[in-house]
Design a protein around this ligand. Structure first.
Ligand code: ADP
Ligand code: ADP
Length: 227
């Protein structure tokens, strides 16, 4: 596990005319679940993608633990990312979908098996390991995507609107599942959403972003229960 530190994180587009992320500084503690919330276009995804290394940083710095990672390749950052589109491989079994990142890393088969079984147990997917994604419900597919992230035992989880494609009922269920999973694993998590209910209910702290700048960082109750 690791803390994440953002220092004056900035992303400019259009030759500097647009600052999608504008001087964001934030310390996310080891084991913390931080929800980064704000309206569409406020810079949430851009910020998350810079932390992941998927977007070039215009200015500022990102640390994962005490490692300065601005120039570290995404594959070499100790993180795993979960997106709203699950990006599962339809022709592969659930087992192989979860095992895939470990197979790419050429981990020994016995170790892969141990990790996949452990992830399947944590996510209650043991009965579905032989199925293909098309034979699963939406919630199960989302759990497979999380399984693929947790088998790597990353220090940091980055989630970008993971529930936005699910129907309302399933979204309620998955909110609780993700919060519970984060709690059990204790993995430092940055969760991006435009949904205020998710911000109110899921994380330890909420960071409110508007027009690329941080407005407020506090506990959900301090932000949302103010008179
Ligand atoms: P959010 O995730 O909060 O919806 P984004 O991070 O996707 O916001 O976008 C923040 C701002 O940056 C928006 O104004 C968006 O239009 C702009 N933006 C994002 N990507 C690009 C790009 N590749 N080129 C130019 N502008 C972009
Ligand atoms: P949810 O309400 O969570 O979306 P569903 O009603 O879609 O769940 O699915 C209920 C159960 O049926 C799940 O256990 C799922 O694995 C199974 N299931 C759904 N679709 C298929 C399918 N095409 N083939 C086999 N099993 C399926």
């Amino acid at each position: 596990m690791a803390s994440v530190t953002l220092q004056n994180l900035t992303k400019s587009y259009a030759g500097g005319a647009l600052k999608a992320v504008d001087g964001v500084s934030l310390d996310i503690e080891d084991g913390e679940f931080l929800v980064l919330v704000g309206p569409s276009g406020c810079g949430k995804s851009t910020a998350l993608r810079m932390i992941a290394g998927l977007e070039e940083i215009t200015d500022g710095a990102v640390w994962i633990g005490d490692e300065f990672v601005n120039d570290v390749h995404p594959k070499d950052r100790d993180i795993a990312m979960v997106f709203q589109s699950y990006a599962l491989y339809p022709h592969m079994s659930v087992y192989n979908n979860i095992a895939f990142p470990l197979q790419i890393a050429k981990m020994p088969k016995s170790e892969i098996d141990t990790r996949v079984q452990e992830a399947a147990r944590v996510l209650e997917l043991e009965a579905y390991l032989k199925r293909r994604p098309g034979q699963l419900s939406g919630g199960q597919r989302q759990r497979v995507a999380m399984g693929r992230a947790i088998v790597r035992k990353p220090a940091v989880f980055l989630m970008d609107e993971p529930l936005s494609n699910l129907d309302a009922k399933l979204r309620v269920q998955m909110r609780a599942e993700i919060a519970s999973l984060q709690h059990r694993l204790g993995v430092t998590t940055i969760y991006v959403t435009h949904d205020q209910v998710e911000a109110m209910t899921m994380g330890h702290r909420v960071a409110l972003l508007k027009d690329g700048t941080l407005q407020q960082v506090d506990t959900p109750s301090n932000i949302y229960n103010k008179p």
